[in-house]
Design a protein around this ligand. Structure first.
Ligand SMILES: N[C@H](CCC[C@H](N)C(=O)O)C(=O)O
Length: 277
């Protein structure tokens, strides 16, 4: 792998939100360095460090920071709710402010302190077929696939299936099949949701470019929107994912997501490991 532009020691943080884990690289004092190859190499859980997403912080001309997200297969993710909350926590601590702005591919998002947790406004859901995006015009409330999922864009595509018993769902097989269905020209994240009451949902996720993860923030937002659109829940719900609990609140100004963040460690890559890749 080409690595002339990389420093020999590259500092990074490992964080997670509900077990959705991230490597965070701060590139505010240099040019952005992450490439698809670097993301894949660091994302390898055996030969690299491993992550569900890699987030690269950059200087911003219009917000406190710019933020890019990469999947472990080297693809870019337009949105990542849990990493936004984790990086939001870093910026809230760094600045001492109660609110920070984060510019992502999706636009400028707001992160706020909420007791020990962090809330992020993930913006308005995208419900038009070409916004999600889908490959042709269809009813986004009932997609023409087995199980009739709801299509929701949250800056990245989601297909949300409602099931009676989540324990019986074969998430990897079903998830992968839907991820690559031609209806989704950019592939899709896939959520399976069981409604427990008007304000409680159990959700499991298959992430595009990553596979099963313990949580997916944008997927949780998409699931809350889908449940509300179908009339199954109220606009504010608690959601249990494999890694714990989130609160979702679909308000007039966007979908707010609140949950915990955790710093795991700070370390440095010895980037010479990349020479052998
Ligand atoms: N874990 C992330 C979502 C990653 C989505 C990514 N897999 C994509 O390709 O869109 C979250 O908390 O929102």
């Amino acid at each position: 792998m080409q690595q002339e532009t990389l420093p020999s020691n590259l500092p990074f943080l490992k964080m997670h939100g509900l077990g959705n884990d991230f490597v965070i690289i701060d590139s505010r004092r240099r040019e952005a360095i992450v490439t698809p190859e670097l993301a894949k190499a660091i994302g390898d859980r055996h030969r690299g460090v491993g992550f569900d997403q890699l987030a690269e912080i950059r200087t911003s001309s219009s917000a406190d920071i710019d933020l890019d997200f990469w999947n472990s297969d080297g693809s870019l993710a337009g949105a990542c709710g849990n990493a936004t909350r984790c990086v939001g926590r870093l910026m809230l601590d760094e600045t001492g402010k109660d609110e920070v702005t984060i510019r992502t591919e999706r636009g400028i998002l707001i992160a706020q302190r909420s007791g020990d947790e962090v809330s992020v406004n993930m913006g308005h859901p995208q419900r038009m077929w070409d916004e999600v995006p889908l490959s042709h015009p269809v009813d986004t409330d009932f997609l023409p696939l087995e199980g009739e999922p709801v299509a929701v864009g949250m800056g990245n595509p989601h297909a949300v299936f409602f099931v009676d018993d989540i324990q019986k769902v074969d998430v990897p097989n079903w998830g992968k099949k839907v991820e690559y269905d031609p209806l989704f020209p950019q592939r899709t994240n896939v959520e399976f949701a069981e409604i427990r009451s008007r304000d409680e949902i159990r959700m499991r996720v298959w992430e595009r470019g990553t596979g099963i993860t313990l949580a997916c923030g944008s997927g949780a937002c998409a699931t809350a929107v889908a449940a509300s659109v179908r009339g199954l829940t109220d606009k504010k719900v608690r959601m249990e994912v494999d890694g714990g609990w989130l609160t979702l609140d679909w308000r007039d100004d966007g979908v707010w997501m609140t949950g915990p963040t955790q710093l795991v460690f700070k370390a440095e890559f010895d980037t010479s490991f990349l020479e052998r890749i």
